[in-house]
Structure formats: structure tokens, C-alpha cells
Design a protein around this ligand. Structure first.
Ligand code: GLY
Length: 376
């Protein structure tokens, strides 16, 4: 298939002198050289990845680079959230310096959200900023974390507390790379796809409801879903790169999700991020219903669809339990969306009608959590 140019969708992220393209489609990775003409024989490239992704995709990346005479240094970290840490960041930074990657060279982040956040942050700080390209290999990374320039690692105090905004120079979302993704990971990423529909695109929700099976099985609907999600994220990031306003909408479902991840000690065997988001999305809508903002039909429709694709929708679905209302509320207070002691939630008037609600009464949130726990 070497010479077949796949049909690709290009989504621009309009950020002035930091603008870049997201290149989406089956086989997009093979177009790396065409999409990044600065990559020339003799140029230096470091590919940051994890050992799991490396086993699947290193060969293809090496071949793509070899065609233009570029030999890359590979830096592989352990798979999993544990790699978003100070020691692993130090290892990656030193490996980039050791590989003599300089400002005119290139870092490639090849992997899921952990690798993208870690490699992006290393690229932000080594030599005060290196150019980097995101090649996301999970659905979640393709539709969310690889776009928008949030990079960072975790602190013992919480997730993503040390980081920088550092936009990539290009994102290549090759949807064929998702063929090797375990079904659980793919499903988890789907929760983030659905999030875009719930934020402001009811027609996308209607479409997803009848197309999910084809998105999962790898039909052209998969590219379309990734492209619509990326377009939505690109538009929000272009409006509010630094999350002072609209970008907070991307946190729909995430205040609850982060609390659940905390309640399960970030143990991915129990709950992966996207699963927590699936429950969080349902809870954001049920909370909106409880506050008299939205009708119950939309909330039920969302839960039905998520359950149909095999995602969890209730606190009772959390393996080992989600703890009690006070500890969940406490975890939500720790979340970064707390300002002046008030809880900020993303709530909704219906599917596609989400909004930022500041000053949500903590007592109402607690009562809602107690109700959710009692539902079983
Ligand atoms: N994942 C949320 C954001 O990029 O703002």
C-alpha cells in the first residue's frame, strides 16, 4: 500500500503563530514527511513512546522516517499513569538532551494521553522549548489530549499539577492505529467523543446513537467521529487556549470523573479515565435534572446509549464501590475547577446545551451524591 495516498481530513487549529493541523485518517502516519517538510535527511528526531506502543508501532514509524533518510532515537517509558512523574520526566529530558535534540530538531510523542502529556512537557522545557508532533495511538488521545497544548505530569498532590501549555506543531491521528487498541480502551475513548456531542452538538449525538457500532468496527464513521470531535476541540481551543472561559466546557463530566478516579486510587484495573468520564457525563446530566435545569429524557437517553456500547453509567458500576458522599465531595473540592470555595460544574439544559455553572451550592451537590449512592 506504499504508494496509495489515503484520503485524509485536515482540521486546522487556528492559534495565530502557533497554528497547526490535525491530520486524520487511515494511513495518515505514512504522510508524516509530506505533512512536515522540515523533516529532512540527517535531521534529528526523538520518538518518546511507551514499551507497549513501541512493540506495536515502532516499525512503522521507523520505516516512515527511513524513507526520508531520518534515523530516530527512541525513548520508551513504562506504560501507565505512573510515568507522568518527576523521575520519568527527568529521564525523558536527559534522553532528549543525550540524543542531541536541539531547537531545530523534533520530538515525536507516539502513544496515548500519558505519553503525549509527558513528551509534550519535556519538549516544553528542554532547551526552553522544542518542537513536537503528536502521533496519538488511542481514541482518547486522538480526540482530546493530543490537541490543545496541555502538557504535564502528576504531583503527589494530584493529577496534572505540574505542566505547561505547549502546542504541538502537528497532530497525526491515524485511525488505523486504533485497530490494535484493546476494546476496553477504545470504549473509554468513546466517552470523550460523546462529550463533544453533549457540549454543543445535538445532531452529532443523534448520529452517534445510530453509528456507534460502525465507529467501533473501524468503518469510515470512525474517521468522521474523530474529525468532528477534533473540529469541536480545535474551535474551543482557538477561542480560549488558556482555559479562562469556554475551554472549561471540555470538563463536562470531569469533575465527577476526577473524584471517581481519586476514589479508586487511580487504579486503571478498576476504572480507566474514559469510564470515569462516562459515569461523570451521566451524573452531570442527572445533576442538571436534580437542579431543575434539564429534563429527565435526555439524561436517560445518554445513559442508555453509553450502556449500549458497554460503558458504565452509575456509581454502582464502579468496581469495589465509589466511597461515600463526603469523600466524593471532598475530592471534587480538590479539583482544579474550585474558585473561591465555590464549586464550578459544567451543567446542561439538554443534549448539546452545556454551560459553565459557577457558584454551585456544595450542599446540593452533596445531596445529589447521596442520592446517586442510594440508587444502587
Ligand atoms: N481535556 C481538556 C482540555 O484539553 O482542556
Amino acid at each position: 500500500m506504499e504508494n496509495v495516498v489515503p484520503s485524509l481530513t485536515i482540521v486546522p487549529v487556528e492559534l495565530g503563530d502557533r497554528a497547526y493541523d490535525i491530520v486524520i485518517g487511515r494511513g495518515a502516519l505514512g504522510q508524516l514527511a509530506e505533512r512536515w517538510p522540515a523533516l529532512k535527511a540527517g535531521g534529528r528526531v526523538a520518538v518518546v513512546t511507551d514499551s507497549h506502543v513501541q512493540a506495536f508501532h515502532r516499525g512503522q514509524v521507523e520505516q516512515t522516517l527511513a524513507r526520508i533518510g531520518v534515523e530516530a532515537a527512541f525513548v520508551a517509558v513504562a506504560p501507565g499513569e505512573g510515568s507522568k512523574s518527576y523521575p520519568v520526566l527527568q529521564h525523558v529530558c536527559d534522553a532528549l538532551i543525550g540524543a542531541r535534540i536541539e531547537r531545530n530538531d523534533l520530538v515525536i510523542a507516539l502513544g496515548g494521553g500519558v505519553v503525549g502529556d509527558l513528551a509534550g512537557f519535556a519538549a516544553a522545557i528542554v532547551r526552553r522549548g522544542l518542537r513536537f508532533i503528536q502521533i496519538p495511538t488511542t481514541l482518547l488521545a486522538q480526540v482530546d489530549s493530543s490537541v490543545g497544548g496541555k502538557t504535564g505530569i502528576n504531583s503527589p498532590h494530584g493529577k496534572n499539577l505540574v505542566g505547561a501549555f505547549h502546542q504541538p506543531s502537528l497532530v497525526i491521528a491515524d485511525t488505523a492505529l486504533l485497530d490494535t487498541l484493546p476494546p476496553r480502551e477504545f470504549r473509554a475513548g468513546y466517552a470523550e467523543v460523546l462529550k463533544y456531542a453533549l457540549i454543543d452538538d445535538r445532531a452529532f449525538f443523534d448520529w452517534l446513537e445510530t453509528r456507534a457500532d460502525r465507529i467501533f468496527s473501524g468503518g469510515p464513521e470512525r474517521e468522521r467521529a474523530v474529525a468532528i470531535s477534533c473540529r469541536s476541540k480545535a474551535a474551543i481551543v482557538a477561542r480560549d487556549e488558556r482555559e479562562t472561559g469556554d475551554r472549561m466546557l471540555l470538563n463536562l463530566g470531569h469533575t465527577f470523573a476526577h473524584a471517581l478516579e481519586r476514589a479508586t486510587n487511580y487504579d486503571g484495573a478498576r476504572l480507566v479515565h474514559g469510564e470515569a468520564v462516562a459515569i461523570g457525563l451521566c451524573m452531570a446530566f442527572r445533576f442538571s435534572v436534580a437542579l431543575g435545569l434539564a429534563n429527565g429524557q435526555d439524561a436517560a437517553r445518554i445513559a442508555r446509549h453509553l450502556a449500549e456500547v458497554g460503558l458504565p453509567t452509575r456509581l454502582a458500576d464502579v468496581p469495589g464501590g465509589a466511597g461515600d458522599a463526603d469523600s466524593l465531595l471532598d475530592a471534587m473540592r480538590q479539583d482544579k475547577k474550585v474558585a473561591d470555595g465555590k464549586l464550578t460544574f459544567i451543567l446542561a439544559r439538554g443534549i448539546g446545551e452545556s454551560f459553565i455553572a459557577r457558584d454551585v451550592d456544595a450542599a446540593k451537590a452533596r445531596a445529589f451524591l447521596a442520592d446517586e449512592l442510594a440508587r444502587g
